[in-house]
Design a protein around this ligand. Structure first.
Ligand code: ADP
Ligand code: NA
Length: 344
């Protein structure tokens, strides 16, 4: 049996928030401890995906460095995992082009994100055409780049949330189409579904914590200071019902706080158990408990992050260079097979 290869990516779009950490990045760290040593772990900061929404170049450069620092600060070990910036391995783009030549436009245009940007009902072909003419090609074709990211490293497993499953399905489709045309050279990846843990916005607990939320105090950044964490949790929306109960429908704010408390609970208690234990507390006391547990849960991340980003610290550059080298080597193995198969 071939060893497993696990690939995952994150866009360099600012310091990760608690939702990103709990929903995705913390699993990246845990895989380092739970997977057998021969499993390859490949984590990419996908800067080419970030430019589907154009942004100032200096901001992108800064975000790329911050993303790398954030991954190291949460405990990604560059000796155990391959960590690299996607654009440092041009073969990702090369494979994307080759896959584009056997991928179906029909399949791509049925994918959710493209359809939501088109925002038109079935059959309105005239509107389709006018709206589509303003949209950028990258917004349609980025799933092919995602497929290349995965296939180029011969990933067997990709940890993704439910919202991303159709992209893995599409990557399998790309591999199948390529293999059909040129022989079985690409590995079909499987989804690795992480336990679902959604963190909700602190100010609007019926929607998920997200970087797109306007209010900064709606989210906790993994690099927030204990004081910032205290202030944000202190101003979280709760309710005026007496006592504690876990009820996501009628008490979304309190329930989100109980969820967060359970995430970092050393005793592994679930939110219902915590609600029972603290049934007589008011929101203010609950917030104090949550603040303490989040501060403890994120302890050290901020310090390591700040240290890595100081100009005098050369570790980031060294780690980046080493990650690039390892990722290029891994990509090149596949590309040699692919180029030969295609006749390039
Ligand atoms: P955002 O909503 O802040 O833009 P992304 O869509 O970039 O976050 O998601 C990056 C990763 O973090 C994905 O794997 C996603 O499932 C996870 N994630 C994002 N927000 C949350 C959340 N509030 N709770 C749990 N996981 C989340
Ligand atoms: Na998003």
């Amino acid at each position: 049996v071939r060893p497993r290869v696990i690939f995952s990516g994150i866009q360099p779009t600012g310091v990760p928030h608690l939702g990103n950490y709990i929903g995705a990045l913390r699993q990246w760290v845990q895989l380092q401890h739970h997977e057998p040593q021969e499993t390859k772990l490949i984590y990419s900061i996908v800067d080419l995906h970030a430019i589907t929404m154009p942004q100032p170049p200096d901001q992108l450069r800064r975000c790329k460095r911050e993303a790398l620092a954030a991954l190291l600060a949460i405990g990604i070990d560059p000796d155990r995992a391959t960590v690299f910036h996607q654009s440092s391995v041009p073969a990702h783009s090369e494979l994307m082009w080759i896959l584009s030549c056997t991928a179906s436009v029909g399949y791509l245009s049925r994918m959710t994100q493209w359809k939501s940007k088109l925002n038109v009902s079935e059959g309105s072909t005239f509107a389709d055409r006018t709206i589509a003419s303003r949209l950028k090609l990258g917004l349609l074709s980025y799933p092919v780049l995602q497929a290349a990211d995965i296939l180029i490293h011969r990933a067997t497993h990709v940890p993704v949330g439910h919202d991303q499953q159709q992209h893995i399905e599409f990557a399998r489709e790309c591999a199948t189409n390529f293999n059909h045309a040129y022989g079985s050279h690409l590995v079909l990846p499987d989804v690795l579904i992480p336990p679902v843990r959604r963190v909700m916005s602190l100010t609007d607990p019926t929607s998920k914590m997200s970087k797109s939320h306007k209010l900064e105090r709606s989210r906790i950044l993994i690099t927030d200071s204990p004081n910032e964490i205290k202030t944000k949790i202190g101003s979280a929306l709760t309710d005026s019902m007496p006592g504690m109960s876990y009820d996501t429908v009628n008490r979304p704010g309190i329930s989100n706080l109980l969820d967060i408390l359970s995430i970092f609970d050393a005793g592994g208690r679930n939110p219902e158990q915590l609600a029972g234990e603290y049934r007589d507390l008011g929101p203010k006391q609950l917030k104090e408990l949550v603040t303490d547990s989040v501060v403890a849960g994120l302890d050290g991340i901020r310090e390591r992050y700040v240290e890595l980003l100081t100009a005098s610290d050369a570790r980031l550059d060294q780690i980046e260079a080493e990650g690039t080298r390892k990722a290029r080597e891994s990509a090149e193995e596949t590309m040699q097979l692919v180029r030969t198969a295609v006749g390039l």
